[in-house]
Structure formats: C-alpha cells, structure tokens
Design a protein around this ligand. Structure first.
Ligand code: PHE
Length: 451
C-alpha cells in the first residue's frame, strides 16, 4: 500500500481542504442559484443546512477518511463490504462534475483575457455573453485550455506549486470581493437588490428550493463525492477535526455569501432585477460583473485581477476534482499515473464538449428547460449527491455507529462539542429529510404532484 504523507498542521489541513472547497461553486454557482430561488429565502435555507447537515456530513466524511486511511471506495468497503457501492456512487460525481466545471473554467479564462486586453467595454454590452456562448469553436477552445492546464498540472505533479500561489491569492480574492460588493452597494437601485438577497420570504419555500440549496451545499463544500474522505485520510490526529470543519465551513460559506452580495444587488442596478435577469442561471456572473467593472474607476485593472483570482480558485478545485478521478481509476485498473491522466482527460473532453456546445449548436437539446450543462449539474448535485449523502448517513448512523466517528473526533483532546447534534442529525434528521426531499422533487419534476 502507498504510504500517506500527512498535512503538517491544522492550518495546512484547513487550507488544503478549503482550496478544494472554495471555487466556482462559491463565486459562480451560489449567486445564480440564490438569485433564481428567491434571494433571502435561499440564503436562509442554505445557512441552516450548512450549520446542520453540512457540518454533520463533513465531520463524518473526514473522520471516515482519517479512521481508515483510505479513499471513498476503500473506506466504505473496509468498514463493511456491503457498502462499497456508496463509494462507487460517490466516485461517479466528480466524473460528471469535472467536465462541465472545466467548461465554466474556460469562460473565466475568456473573461480574464478579454479584460487584460482592454475589451471591458465590449464585455459589458448586453449581447456580448450570448454571442460568445452561442458560438461553437470559441467556448470549446477556452474549455480545452482550462482542462489542458489542469491536466498538465496533475500530470507533472506540480499541484503544490499552484496551491502555494493560491494560498496567498485567496485572501486577496476575499478582499477584492468585499471591495466590489461595497462599491456595488453604493450604486442606485442596489438597496432593493440587497433586500432581495437577505430578506427571506417564507412563502417561497418549496421542496425544489431546499433541494437546490442542499445540492449547492454538497457541491460547494466538496461533500457527498468522496473528496473529504480522501482529505481526511491525509489528516493527522493532532489536528482537532471539529474545529477544522468549523473553519472550512465558515470560510466556504463566507466567500459564497460575499459573492452573492457582489452579484445580486448589481443585477438590480444594471438589469432591473426582473425575473428574466434573476433567472440568468450559469450566465449570471458573466453578464453582471463586466457591467459593474465598466462602471467603476480602474475597472479594467480590477476586473482583470478579479478574473485572474477566480481562475486560481477554479484551478485548485479542478485539480482536486481531477486528482480524485485519476486516483479512482488508478485504484481500480492499476494504471500508471500518466495513463490515468491521459484517459481521464480524454473522457472529460468527451463529456465536456456537449456541455459546452449545449449553449450554441446543441442548444436544441434540453430537458425541462435545462441545457446539457444544467442537466449534468442537476444529475450530480440534485440526484446523485443526495443519494450518496443518504447512504453515508445510514452507514454511519446504523452500520458503523456514530460512536466510531465520535471516537475519531475526540482523538485530539477528548472533546466533541456538537456530538449530540451530530448523532441526531446523522441517524434521523438527515436520512428522513433527504428521502422526503428527493421523493418530492423527483415527483414534482415528473409532474406527479407538486409541493
Ligand atoms: N467545491 C468546489 C467549488 O465550490 C467544487 C468541487 C467539487 C471541487 C468537488 C472539488 C471537488 O467550486
């Protein structure tokens, strides 16, 4: 068996896990979902889920990894043979996410290159994004570039270099996001957007909104796909698991909140906050932010810096996704690292091409108004991940028992403050809730009944 190196300190662990967690999920995905699902309503549901479900699952996954010293498939299997399938299901998630993640990563490179070459004015025009995205070759080219860069980094094994750079870039990204958000809030019309973003409307709460928030939680915190199990397998016993999880969550949620604050009020300022504007989906950030930058002094420089920083956040997450897939294939087929990298790249290109073309030449393919990229996103985040999360809860709650996790959490100094909440959620609240949410949303999607 391969020897596992350990993270040197608690900080090292928190930073590494945050590098995987903080990415496009926070900056690109969270704001467009919040805009689409009622602003404050979505935000509130998300926050509640983060401190309950997110916390519980992250503790469980990291502890499973640290306890067994194995990645997802092995971790489940080593504790109970019958549950190896959960690891396999979990492994399917990054295989679906990575290709379309790279499509969006490509869009980020495109905007970085437009800004750095002085094209901000054009990018702020309404027609700019739709024209770009409906083309075939250009979005494909940027997608290839992003996936190629990720593949080369993983192939050469120079992730650590990138992670080092990103460790000092992340704080700058936070500061810049705060700056842009504050600037946006001073513009006419922003207050209405701010109210929309932070004021919940209980009437908007629906199974669909809760499922969307839950899928986002998994996605953003890299949960329910085996990744945190792998990270846990590298974690030392002297780092306090519970406080690490709190810090990762706080960081991840804080950045998502700030990204929403930066984008949603701006949608009201520049696009009037009507339902078309709020429902822009994956395009939202790319439509809105150039307008914000174009309206500010030194917007060209600030926009360039912003897209560069986002690109790094996206790269560290993409690296973590690709690494996971590579190690799944290597474990399974005993391929060399090089062979696995090449095959994973080819597979991801094949899956990503339709996702990219789905906004242009393949735009006629849609299901329930979703583009190909949205369908992939829906399948992984709203179907597969809740299922993986459900089985993880059952596995921990009833097969290995929560005590196994508690003992692992207490390894460091004997404490586990939220143990009571953990037990209750993992055994009862989460599984019941997950089944209800899944059944009702699938049923309503199929038009059987609508809650
Ligand atoms: N959590 C990352 C993000 O929010 C996405 C990701 C998912 C990265 C899974 C790695 C693994 O962008």
């Amino acid at each position: 068996m391969q020897k596992r190196s350990n993270f040197t300190s608690k900080l090292g662990f928190v930073l590494a896990a945050s590098g995987s967690a903080v990415g496009l999920g926070n900056i690109w995905r969270f704001p467009y979902l919040a805009a689409q699902y009622g602003g404050g309503t979505f935000l509130l549901i998300y926050l509640i889920l983060a401190i309950t479900f997110g916390f519980t699952l992250m503790i469980a996954e990291i502890a499973l990894g640290r306890k067994t010293g194995l990645s997802a498939i092995g971790a489940f299997r080593s504790l109970d043979k019958r549950f190896g399938f959960v690891g396999i299901l979990a492994s399917a998630v990054p295989i679906i996410i990575f290709p379309y993640y790279s499509v969006i990563g490509g869009w980020v490179i495109k905007y970085f290159s437009v800004f750095i070459s002085g094209g901000m004015g054009a990018a702020a025009e309404d027609a700019y994004f739709p024209t770009f995205i409906s083309g075939a070759l250009e979005p494909l080219g940027w997608f290839f570039l992003f996936i190629g860069a990720t593949a080369i980094i993983v192939l050469l094994g120079v992730e650590q270099g990138i992670e080092k750079v990103s460790k000092f870039m992340m704080p700058i990204l936070v500061v810049l996001t705060i700056f842009i958000a504050v600037y946006g809030l001073t513009l006419d019309g922003a207050m209405e957007g701010l109210v929309y973003y932070i004021k919940p409307h209980m009437a908007d709460v629906s199974a669909k909104t809760i499922l969307a928030a839950m899928g986002q939680l998994f996605y953003s915190m890299s949960l329910a796909m085996g990744i945190m199990i792998t990270y846990g397998s590298y974690m030392k016993k002297d780092a306090h698991l519970e406080s690490c999880v709190r810090q990762i969550e706080l960081f991840d949620t804080g950045i998502a909140f700030l990204a929403g604050l930066m984008i949603i009020p701006a949608v009201f300022v520049f696009s009037g906050g009507n339902s078309d504007a709020l429902n822009a989906g994956p395009s939202l950030m790319f439509i809105t932010l150039p307008k914000v930058f174009a309206s500010m002094k030194f917007g060209g420089v600030i926009g360039t810096a912003f897209f560069l920083l986002v690109l790094f956040a996206a790269l560290t997450s993409a690296i973590s996704l690709m690494e996971t897939i590579v190690s799944i294939f290597r474990d399974k087929f005993h391929w060399s690292r090089k062979k696995a990298c090449i095959i994973v790249t080819a597979l991801s290109l094949a899956l990503g091409i339709p996702a990219s073309l789905g906004f242009g030449p393949l735009g006629f393919i849609s299901w329930m108004k979703m583009s190909i990229l949205d369908i992939m996103d829906f399948t992984s985040n709203s179907v597969l991940m809740p299922i993986v999360a459900f089985f993880t809860c059952i596995f921990v709650g009833f097969i290995v028992k929560p005590d196994l996790i508690s003992t692992e959490v207490k390894e460091t100094d004997g404490t586990f403050k939220a143990e009571g909440m953990f037990n209750l959620i993992i055994k009862w609240v989460a599984p019941i809730f997950l089944v209800l949410i899944l059944v009702s949303s699938v049923a309503s999607a199929m038009g059987i009944f609508v809650i």
